[in-house]
Design a protein around this ligand. Structure first.
Ligand code: UFG
Length: 323
C-alpha cells in the first residue's frame, strides 16, 4: 500500500512514518520543514513541499497513486492562533482544502485527519465523548472543527472517506529512543518539565494554581505517541476495509494535574525540578479528559503505555539524548 504522510517530519508525523515503514507500507512524506526535521523521517521517500502548492500535491498523487493520506501538517499553538488567526486559517484550513480537492480529483479515497480536543471548548461534562458539544474557543480549535465539518460534506458529495482523530495531550517519545518531541519554541508541559530536569532550563513555570481542581492546577489526559500512532493505523485499515467516515476522541481516560506531572517527572528522572508559579495561561480549561470508549470498541484500539511514568520515562530517554 502507498501512503502519503503530510507533515511526516514533525513530532507525531515522524513517529507515524516509523510505524508505517515497520509495517511494510510504502511511505512518502510531504513536509515544508517549517516545524519538522528532515532527519526525523526514517525509511520513507521525502518530498520538500507545501500544501499551498496545489501542483506539487497533484503531481505527487498522479505519479504515485496513493491508497491513503495521513494529514499532520498543522500549526498547534492556541495562544498564537488568537494573535495570528490568519496564519492558522490559511495553514490549517485553506491548505487542507487544497489537499482534499486534489484527493477528490485524483480519486484518493481515504484520509486520516489530526484533530484536537480543542474543538470542544470548555467542557460541559467530563470525560468528553464524541457527542460532547463543539464550541471551540480559539482560532486553532475553530479551524480544526471547520475541517471536520468540511470532511463530512466532502464525504456526502464526493465520497471522500475520513477518520478525524481528536488528540488530547500527545506526549512521550519513541520507546526505542530514535525519535521524540522537538518543537521550537517548546510550549508543552512534559518536555518543558524534563528540560528543567536536565538543566536545559532553569525551572518550570506552572500556569495557575487556583483552578477548581484538587491541587489547583490544570488536569490533562496525556496519551503516549505510540498509542496515538497505533490508532491511526487501525483507522486507516478500517477505512480500507470499507468502513464509513468516523471521528474518535483519543486519550487514556485518566487526568493528571500539572503538579502530578512534575512529581512523576521527579520520580522518573531522580532530578530536582525547580518550580515557579505564575498566573493562568489564557484559554486553558481546568480539566480535559477523554472518553475513548468508541475508539476502543470500533477500532479495537487499546493504549499500551497508559501509565504516566512510562510516558515520561520515554520522553526522558529522548531528552537525555538532546540535552
Ligand atoms: N503548562 C504549564 N507550564 C508550561 C506549559 C504548560 O503549567 O510551561 C500547563 C498548561 O497550562 C496546561 C498543561 O500544562 O494546563 C498542559 O499544557 P500543554 O501546553 O502541554 O498542553 P495543552 O493542554 O495546552 O495543549 C494540548 C495540545 C496542543 C493543543 C491543545 C488544544 O498539546 O497542541 O491541547 O487544546 F493545541
Amino acid at each position: 500500500m502507498q501512503v502519503l504522510v503530510v507533515g511526516g517530519a514533525g513530532y507525531i508525523g515522524s513517529h507515524m512514518v516509523k510505524l508505517l515503514v515497520q509495517c511494510g507500507f510504502e511511505v512518502t512524506v510531504l513536509d515544508n520543514l517549517s516545524a519538522g526535521y528532515r532527519d526525523a523521517v526514517r525509511g520513507a521517500r521525502f518530498v520538500l513541499g507545501d500544501l499551498f502548492e496545489r501542483d506539487v500535491i497533484e503531481d505527487l498523487c498522479r505519479e504515485t497513486g496513493f491508497d491513503g493520506v495521513l494529514h499532520f501538517a498543522s500549526h498547534i499553538q492556541v495562544g498564537e492562533s488568537v494573535r495570528e488567526p490568519a496564519k492558522y486559517y490559511r495553514n490549517n484550513v485553506f491548505k487542507t482544502q487544497n489537499l482534499l480537492d486534489v484527493m477528490v480529483a485524483q480519486r484518493v479515497r481515504c484520509l486520516i485527519f489530526s484533530s484536537t480536543a480543542a474543538i470542544f471548548g470548555e467542557p460541559v461534562q467530563i470525560p468528553i465523548d464524541e457527542n460532547h458539544p463543539k464550541q471551540p474557543m480559539n482560532p486553532y480549535g475553530r479551524g480544526k472543527w471547520m475541517v471536520e465539518q468540511m470532511l463530512e460534506d466532502y464525504d456526502t458529495a464526493y465520497g471522500l472517506k475520513s477518520v478525524c482523530l481528536r488528540y488530547f495531550n500527545a506526549a512521550g517519545a519513541d520507546p526505542e529512543g530514535e525519535l521524540g518531541e522537538r518543537h521550537d519554541p517548546e510550549t508543552h508541559l512534559i518536555p518543558l518539565v524534563l528540560q528543567a530536569a536536565s538543566g536545559r532550563r532553569s525551572h518550570i513555570t506552572v500556569f495557575g494554581d487556583d483552578y477548581n481542581t484538587p491541587d489547583g492546577t490544570c488536569i490533562r489526559d496525556y496519551i503516549h505517541i505510540s498509542d496515538l500512532c497505533e490508532a491511526h493505523l487501525l483507522a486507516l485499515q478500517q477505512l480500507w476495509a470499507g468502513a464509513d467516515s468516523a471521528a474518535y476522541n483519543l486519550g487514556n481516560g485518566n487526568g493528571f494535574s500539572v503538579r502530578e506531572v512534575i512529581e512523576t517527572a521527579r520520580q522518573v528522572t531522580g532530578r530536582d525540578i525547580p518550580v515557579e508559579y505564575s498566573k493562568r495561561r489564557l484559554g486553558d480549561p481546568a480539566r480535559l479528559v477523554a472518553d475513548s470508549r468508541r475508539a476502543q470498541a470500533e477500532l479495537g484500539w487499546s493504549p499500551r503505555y497508559a501509565d504516566l511514568a512510562t510516558i515520561i520515562a520515554h520522553a526522558w530517554q529522548w531528552e537525555t539524548r538532546c540535552a
